[in-house]
Write a protein that binds this ligand. Structure first.
Ligand SMILES: Cc1ncc(COP(=O)(O)O)c(C=O)c1O
Length: 374
């Protein structure tokens, strides 16, 4: 019966796999000291301003949230010099991707992107029956703008670019973005997913989409990463008011929820917390690269809060993931991203990274006997 209820394209759709939760590892492995380096979260936690605002909101939980999210939108409009009509909010940036799929995609519409990018997007596009057309990443694991440009046809409706990309941490430069936009017709919608914007914008040749403002580009950002608020699920999108008006039609009225709206305003007001986050990330990034290279791994150069490196095989990745779990360290194997011979490690606090290095030091002698290096 269910088979007939659901459209055929849902039959083989795989459910999103998140990073392994801390409680699950504690339960399964009988551990108490666990470092989760699997979901690119902010290891410093939420801003105290955000906590203050959210705590205040607890007393109003019997009320529906402001469906126009006036305070949060006004704050974003002020920071980015936009009108409220240019802003959409949702349950995480994935929530907004779901609105995009609902508003603009129909079965058999063609969506163009690269292999080895954010799985959440593939799932959402497939969930409405869209046809995914993908091109390979470049040899240095970056979105291949030439291949994308070559593969745009009359049928292409949406192009999805994660900049920087997850799970590789790489980015397309200003020149590459210019090249791509020259080749994308204005009726094609470009989703520019900038979930790691705050980390990336420190690079001089990183194209901040807010400096361009094309009518056919929707920028997606999030409070889940640098702002340390993954748990309250708030994402935001910027775009032309006509695009935003369509998204608003399909949006669930009370997303994001009351606590999400308040916490996000608090986070935006706490610049020092963001600075601390970026500082920790830069320092720890240098250290993990040094560590991995000293062990003869070849990490992919990343401008985000995570690092991906090659193990050489699915078995090696699974082994490393499993053995590190025994030591209380959760990393991310990348089978679901079709990079089974790689693993991804999110950047944590100094202590969490020490935990990772110590666990690696203990696991690597046996790992080396089994797999060596590629
Ligand atoms: C590239 C990219 N886009 C979007 C998301 C989803 O973020 P959110 O928590 O805002 O839904 C992630 C999360 O990992 C991501 O890596």
């Amino acid at each position: 019966m269910q088979k007939e209820l659901a459209p055929s394209y849902l039959k083989d759709l795989k459910v999103y796999q998140a990073g392994k939760p801390i409680d699950e590892v504690a339960r399964e492995r009988g551990l108490t000291n666990i470092s989760k380096l699997a979901s690119n979260e902010n290891p410093l936690g939420p801003s105290p301003y955000a906590i203050r605002e959210m705590t205040r909101g607890l007393w109003d939980l019997h009320r529906y949230p402001d469906m126009h999210a006036y305070s949060l939108k006004s704050k974003l409009a002020e920071i980015y010099n936009l009108k409220l009509e240019n802003i959409i909010l949702g349950n995480g940036s994935e929530g907004i991707m779901a609105y995009i799929a609902r508003a603009f995609l129909q079965p058999n519409d063609e969506v163009l992107t690269c292999d080895n990018t954010f799985i959440g997007f593939y799932i959402l596009a497939r969930s409405v029956g869209a046809k995914l057309k993908t091109v390979s990443l470049t040899e240095d694991y970056r979105f291949d703008v030439k291949a994308l440009a070559k593969n745009i046809t009359d049928k292409t409706k949406v192009v999805y670019i994660a900049n920087p990309n997850n799970p590789t941490g790489t980015y397309i430069t200003k020149d590459e973005f210019d090249f791509l936009m020259e080749h994308i017709p204005s009726h094609v919608l470009v989703i520019l997913d900038e979930a790691y914007f705050e980390f990336a914008v420190q690079q001089e040749d990183y194209p901040d989409s807010m400096d361009y403002r094309y009518d056919n580009v929707l920028t997606l950002r999030t409070f889940s990463k640098a702002y340390g608020l993954s748990g309250i699920r708030v994402g935001y999108g910027f775009g032309h008011e006509e695009l935003i008006a369509y998204l608003t039609k399909v949006k669930l009225p009370f997303e994001p929820n009351l606590i999400g709206q308040l916490g996000s305003v608090g986070a935006l007001e706490d610049r020092p917390h963001l600075e601390r986050t970026l500082k920790n990330n830069t320092k720890r990034y240098g250290e993990i690269i040094e560590y991995l290279e000293s062990k003869n791994f070849k990490p992919i150069k990343s401008i985000t809060n995570f690092v991906t490196f090659k193990t050489g095989s699915r078995e090696a990745s699974d082994y490393l993931f499993d053995q590190l779990l025994n030591h209380g360290v959760i990393i991310r194997p990348l089978k679901a991203n079709e990079m089974p011979d790689f693993v991804r490690v999110s950047i944590g606090t100094k202590d969490e990274m020490r935990h990772f290095y110590k666990a690696m030091d203990e696991v690597l002698p046996e790992y080396d006997k089994k797999f060596g290096r590629v």
